[in-house]
Design a protein around this ligand. Structure first.
Ligand SMILES: Cc1cc2nc3c(=O)[nH]c(=O)nc-3n(C[C@H](O)[C@H](O)[C@H](O)COP(=O)(O)OP(=O)(O)OC[C@H]3O[C@@H](n4cnc5c(N)ncnc54)[C@H](O)[C@@H]3O)c2cc1C
Ligand code: FES
Ligand code: FES
Length: 1262
């Protein structure tokens, strides 16, 4: 007897190995990818394919072999070459996505030992990574390709003399080398268990406590069962039903799963149990082998199939029906079948000679995303003419199910395929496609525009094939090609004088990369269940602003496995967490002020029991007023947190009187979800003695977690120990909320006296923990006609949500970064944090910097447009240039390295030549436009609250000469441990292999600052270095007296009573801001950079393709160029998400609707520019930080604003052609919808915006 859970999610949860990860539970991230092998009796071969374990019911795997990442190699035996290469190529940062990536690649190699780059691209299309930016993963994997596209890996050294300041140096382009890597040897692969080939197939029945799954033996059996249980769904791929069961919590008592090979398959043929991957392969074969005219329909379908979901889903899903009528954010599956009917096959006919077929789709992301609107169109002409014999048009995404536009098609029969038909067709389509202004899914004008734009594309395609015109504007026709990112990298080699044993400055592999690639690396949820362990599940508010009248957990408490329910009254200490005197309740006591606020928690024996019971807790509310969510509404209500901040230099009023021009405008920037691959959670284990408690927690700030748990439980911090081994990504999101979750879980552990585990599901994580602040920047700028900006007065509004949390510090950082690299003599910034009824926004990589900088770059861009000058020129005119400059808060700095980055970036990017080429491209392409943009960057490193700028490390040396380093930083993929090892190895002069870093533990290094503000390595590195002064110097003295080896020497030191343990404490610089006087050293130092990006947009759909990005970054003397380049690429790609695709949608009631990878799209492989070059500035120096390096974690995010501004340039080119002004509003993110609607044309005019107040919008811009 299996439980309901085991019948369904089981493959992910049953394996009980650590390699297969939970990232989303809905097939949307690929972290749980495993390989399934099945014997295909018909063709007498073994099939290997990837699946998402989270959607794969265990029962449907009867007779199959499953290989997880542990099965292919291990650090204890032998690595598989795939594992070795992803690790050595620096393709694993936090490592949470790595096993899934490995399994996708491994399966590809099982099927095709000599893959092409396109094969790799396709294989990884269903795997998301939030850290790396994908390029290093591809670099590792492409070494398996026959055609070695590896020129950027080829060892290369060249001498450079960069400019007058510099000394000659050696540059390398080799981030990893291929010497000594394991060859791929397919004979070493696991064989398919022969006994599975002999297995007799019969009807199978699996009975769970709530669900029965029957696998019929043949068609007759299936039909009998269907008659007996007409309501039982037929499940094959489970990618729809599975989602409904897991995420929408639908329940079925019986499921029919006809996936067993046997008679059934012979009858069904293509369609009913043929996977989408097999269908795709068959169609590709047909397209290759048959004449093009007959396969037009297949080509159209292929175009859609290639973008549908990821490879894993296509390997599982078998119902091609949904290709055309699946509609995003509307998971309802609507079928024309009666309950007792089953689909046997689908006939996809060959095309006829005068028949033309096309398919179109536009999604939030080009691949691995549901379409916003899709369409299939087919026209048949009277033979030898252009007279329409029949026309069929179907749309998805404009109604609850597939929409056939019959009237329009009928009216166009008998007409010639020409301009008049086009005009009439668009008019008729506009009339026939009815989409209410309040339609589910929103984006109504955009969706309407797409229907006519798609028809226009179809019209042009057919016209081209009919060859009626000599000059076809074929830019409307070509879809963007997804390519694999490649790049050039360069960095300065260490000097020849440095010892060859010294690892500092070399591109060393992430210290845990092999463990991450084999699945051996442990994250908090990989820790095996402790005896008696319970699970806690949060009960959250469904109202935005309401009084809690009653909480009734009685029904939940009566459910099987439920142990207890917790709410505010159960907290033994204080029901709050404090941050700088701002309290935040752990459990809402009297009132809720956002949807998603934690009200209570159910504790049960299992995850599933706790989850189900949490849904049964009844909360009665009384709604309160006011309730509002947007920045605009907060301004109307004057709802702001105190204090408000202001920074000012110069005399604004006077400056505005003397300038040539004044411009007033605004820009809105949407928020961003962290989407770390590992969701938040912890295990709290009561030790039973003295109230001691141990927490294994996913926290970036374990000292804060410890403190909050202590206050909640009313016990001292010295009894609470937090352990953090590693995090599966964090990006600022695991600083604050995890402390509340920890306090609640700890309360549960203390109340029950048993260990308690908390693992947030992806949807809950997104709902409860919130993310980056949305910002509105309103500005007034005074400038002269030559582009010199004399005065800028900017008011920043951020949406802080319902509590202040870190919003003030984030607003401060936005203000402190508002000058970027520009010397604007009169500059004023005001910052107001809006209080709304949304979950509280929190820290996110860049901490307000990306928003603060973006507003200023918008100012620069708009001034350039107004002056009719290239934006890059206006940027140059206004840059800080003197050797000694002062920021607008009077901090002294030299912009020299920023200017070097800028010059080198434009030079390496070939900016000026490409600008010309782009202009030519735009002149000759009506429907595709290109744009290019470059920005400089100055980014402050360290905490502006000076006391945080500290770090500590503990170094223990054991008698055998091995070294244990403990530090206060947290390893979350940024490579802090690797850098700490490099530094310790350098200091102690022992190989890195003799040094070990186990975990971050509050018991070893107390009171550590958060790993944030790009300061982690500085703090920890300096602390390790400081230790040199105590312990290492004693050893050094001793080593001069003795024949030294580490082992002999250490033993001798031990005998001579030298302490072999020491702490290093780094008292960082004093930084502080005097906000009254707009003055202070706010930062430790600045990291500089420059970036140039080029994009192409499709004016008809709003789709865009990132073509090329060049980055030059000043990281001082890089401690580890591979890690630093990895941070730059990863940060940049996260910025692509921020500024172009990641869109959070809230309902009018303040409910976050985009709660998982199906609705919220982070960048995938297809979003990375195919040419992605990153160079570290040579001869850069930084006297302030460890070994002259610089912090790099946060700054690169902002560089992706170049993509936004390049899009704006491209849109402007389209508008200019239509005689429209090139000054127009564009909010961030520049989504396909926003791009399309900004490219105003005859099609957008057909879908005018409805008047405010005449409809209920589906979502709001908060
Ligand atoms: C991460 C992810 C991304 C996705 N992306 C896309 C996308 O981009 N575009 C898109 O269109 N879809 C997308 N989908 C949806 C997916 O393609 C469909 O879910 C898939 O085609 C359904 O096939 P299945 O075999 O898995 O269906 P199942 O879940 O097994 O079944 C789906 C429904 O069809 C019924 N059914 C199945 N077979 C038969 C039969 N022979 N006779 C009668 N009824 C039957 C079932 O009872 C059930 O109601 C995505 C899904 C996921 C999880
Ligand atoms: S956890 Fe399975 S795809 Fe995300
Ligand atoms: S390394 Fe890919 S998600 Fe972290």
């Amino acid at each position: 007897m299996l439980s309901q859970n085991h019948l369904h999610v089981s493959l992910l949860y049953i394996v009980l190995l650590t390699g297969t990860k939970y990232g989303c539970g809905g097939g949307g991230c690929g972290a749980c990818t495993v390989m399934v092998s099945k014997y295909d009796q018909l063709n007498n071969r073994v099939l290997h394919y990837t699946v998402n374990a989270c959607l794969q019911p265990i029962c449907t795997l009867h007779g199959a072999a499953v290989v997880t990442v542990e099965g292919i190699g291990s650090t204890k035996t032998k690595l598989h070459p795939v594992q070795e290469r992803i690790a050595k190529a620096h393709g694993s940062q936090c490592g949470f996505c790595t096993p899934g990536m490995v399994m996708s690649m491994y399966t590809l190699l099982r099927n095709k030992p000599h893959p092409t780059m396109e094969d790799i691209r396709e294989a990884l299309g269903g795997n998301l990574c939030r850290c790396t930016g994908y390029r290093p993963i591809i670099d590792g994997f492409k070494t398996f390709c026959d055609v070695r596209v590896v020129e950027m890996m080829t060892p290369g050294k060249n001498d450079c003399v960069l400019n007058k300041y510099l000394i000659p140096c050696q540059i390398s382009e080799e981030l990893f080398h291929m010497d000594n890597v394991l060859p791929l040897d397919p004979s070493q692969d696991l064989i398919f268990p022969p006994e599975l080939m002999k297995r007799a197939c019969g009807s199978l029945c699996f009975q769970g406590d709530r669900l029965k799954l029957i696998s019929p033996v043949d068609l007759t059996n299936l039909l009998e069962l269907k008659t007996e249980y007409p309501e039982a769904p037929v499940v094959v791929g489970n990618t729809t039903i599975g989602i409904n069961l897991l995420l929408c919590h639908l329940a079925f008592s019986i499921i029919l799963s006809p996936s067993t090979p046997g008679e059934f398959q012979i009858y069904i043929l293509m369609g009913a149990v043929c996977t989408l991957s097999s269908l795709k392969e068959e169609m590709e074969r047909a397209v290759r082998e048959m004449e093009a005219e007959r396969t037009r329909g297949y080509q159209a379908l292929l175009q859609t199939l290639r973008c549908l979901a990821g490879k894993q889903i296509r390997n599982m899903a078998v119902s091609p029906i949904t290709i055309t009528h699946r509609y995003r954010l509307m998971p309802r599956f609507i079928t024309v079948l009666r309950p007792d009917e089953v689909l046997l096959s689908i006939d996809i006919p060959y095309s006829k000679p005068w028949e033309f077929v096309s398919a179109f789709r536009q999604a939030q992301r080009r691949e691995f995303a549901f379409s916003i609107v899709n369409a299939g169109m087919k026209v048949l002409f009277r033979e030898g003419t252009n007279i329409v014999e029949s026309l069929n048009i179907y749309y998805g995404g404009v109604g609850p199910t597939l929409v056939k536009v019959g009237r329009t098609c009928q009216k166009l029969v008998g007409r010639s395929w020409g301009e008049e038909l086009l005009a009439d067709a668009c008019r008729l389509l506009e009339e026939e496609v009815e989409l209410s202004d309040s339609a589910h899914g929103g984006k109504v004008e955009y969706r309407k525009t797409l229907t006519t734009s798609f028809f226009f594309k179809f019209y042009m395609q057919v016209l081209q094939e009919l060859r009626e015109r000599v000059h076809i504007q074929d830019s409307a026709l070509k879809p963007f090609k997804n390519e694999v990112p490649q790049g050039h990298h360069s960095f300065q080699l260490v000097s020849n004088a440095q010892s060859s044993q010294d690892p500092v400055g070399h591109p060393m592999m992430h210290q845990a990369a092999f463990h991450q690639a084999t699945g051996e690396a442990q994250y908090y949820d990989d820790i095996p269940a402790v005896q008696g362990e319970l699970f806690v599940y949060m009960v959250t508010s469904t109202r935005a602003h309401a009084k809690i009248i009653n909480i009734d957990p009685s029904e939940a408490l009566g459910m099987t496995g439920v142990v207890t329910f917790l709410s505010a009254g159960d907290v033994p200490g204080q029901n709050r967490r404090m941050l700088f005197n701002n309290p935040e309740e752990l459990f809402a006591e009297e009132e809720v002020s956002c949807v998603g606020q934690i009200i209570g928690a159910v504790v049960a024996e299992s995850r599933e029991q706790a989850r189900r019971a949490a849904q049964m807790v009844k909360v009665t509310y009384q709604d309160l007023l006011p309730v509002f969510f947007t920045i605009e509404e907060a301004i109307q209500h004057q709802s702001f947190f105190d204090p408000k901040r202001k920074l000012e230099r110069g005399d604004m009023d006077k400056a505005f009187e003397t300038v040539d021009q004044i411009l007033e405008d605004e820009i809105y920037l949407g928020g961003q979800e962290h989407f770390y691959m590992e969701t938040q959670g912890l295990i709290a284990v009561p030790k039973g003695e003295n109230g001691e408690l141990e927490l294994f927690v996913a926290s970036q700030h374990s000292a804060y977690t410890q403190e909050v748990v202590g206050i909640t439980l009313g016990i001292d911090s010295n009894k609470i120990t937090c352990h953090v081994r590693r995090l599966g990504g964090a990006f600022g999101g695991k600083v604050m909320k995890i402390a509340s979750l920890s306090a609640i879980t700890a309360t549960a552990a203390v109340k029950t006296g048993r260990p308690v585990r908390c693992v947030l599901e992806r949807g809950d994580d997104m709902l409860i923990t919130s993310g980056r602040h949305p910002f509105l920047g309103k500005y007034k700028v005074g400038y002269n006609n030559d582009g010199t900006i004399m005065a800028a007065d900017i008011t920043y509004y951020s949406n802080g949500g319902c509590t202040l949390n870190e919003s003030l510090a984030i607003m401060e950082k936005a203000l402190l970064h508002m000058d970027n690299g520009y010397k604007i003599p009169n500059l004023r910034g005001r910052g107001l944090v809006c209080k709304t009824y949304l979950p509280s926004y929190t820290a996110f990589r860049g901490f307000g910097g990306p928003q603060g900088l973006m507003v200023m770059e918008s100012v620069l861009h708009e001034v350039a447009v107004k002056c009719g000058l290239p934006p890059q020129k206006v940027r140059e005119i206004n840059m800080y240039r003197e050797e000694e400059c002062y920021t607008h808060y009077k901090q002294l700095f030299s912009p020299r390295d920023m200017l070097r980055c800028w010059d080198e970036c434009l030079d390496k990017a070939g900016y000026h030549d490409r600008l010309q080429a782009i202009q030519q491209f735009n002149t000759s392409n009506r429907w595709k436009k290109r744009g290019i943009s470059a920005v400089p960057m100055k980014f402050g490193v360290g905490f502006s609250k000076g006391f945080f700028n500290q770090g500590a490390a503990l170094v223990n040396i054991y008698k055998d000469g091995s070294v244990l380093v403990a530090h206060g930083g947290t390893e979350m993929g940024q490579g802090i441990n690797t850098k700490a090892l490099q530094i310790a190895s350098h200091i102690l002069k022992v190989p890195m292999s003799s040094i070990h870093i186990k975990e971050t533990c509050t018991g070893n290094v107390p009171n550590a600052a958060p790993s944030a503000a790009s300061f982690g390595t500085d703090a920890v590195g300096m602390a390790v270095k400081v230790f040199q002064r105590s312990l290492a110097s004693d050893l050094f003295v001793l080593s001069r007296q003795l024949p030294w080896t580490m082992t002999i020497g250490i033993f001798e030191a031990y005998c001579q009573k030298v302490s072999l343990s020491a702490t290093g404490f780094f008292m960082g610089p004093h930084t502080d801001m005097d906000w009254e006087n707009s003055e202070g050293p706010a930062y430790y130092y600045f990291t500089f950079g420059a970036c140039c990006s080029e994009v192409e947009i499709d004016c008809l759909t709003g789709d865009h393709k990132n073509l090329r990005t060049d980055i030059v970054m000043d990281v001082g003397r890089s401690l580890n160029p591979a890690i630093d380049i990895g941070q730059i690429e990863g940060g940049f790609v996260q910025g692509i998400g921020l500024y172009t695709i990641e869109e959070l949608q809230f309902s009018l009631e303040g409910v976050l609707m985009t709660r998982g990878p199906s609705q919220y799209k982070i960048p995938a492989l297809c979003d990375v520019p195919p040419q992605f070059n990153v160079h570290l500035l040579a001869n850069a120096q930084n006297p302030h930080a460890i070994y002259r390096s610089k912090g790099i974690g946060e700054p690169p995010v902002f560089l992706a604003s170049t993509i936004f501004f390049a899009i704006k340039e491209a849109v402007a080119a389209a508008r200019r052609e239509r005689g429209l002004g090139d000054s127009f509003p564009l909010s961030s993110p520049a989504t396909a919808e926003r791009i399309r609607m900004a490219c105003e044309d005859q099609f957008t005019e057909m879908a005018p915006s409805p008047e405010k107040g005449t409809f209920k919008p589906w979502s709001i811009n908060i």
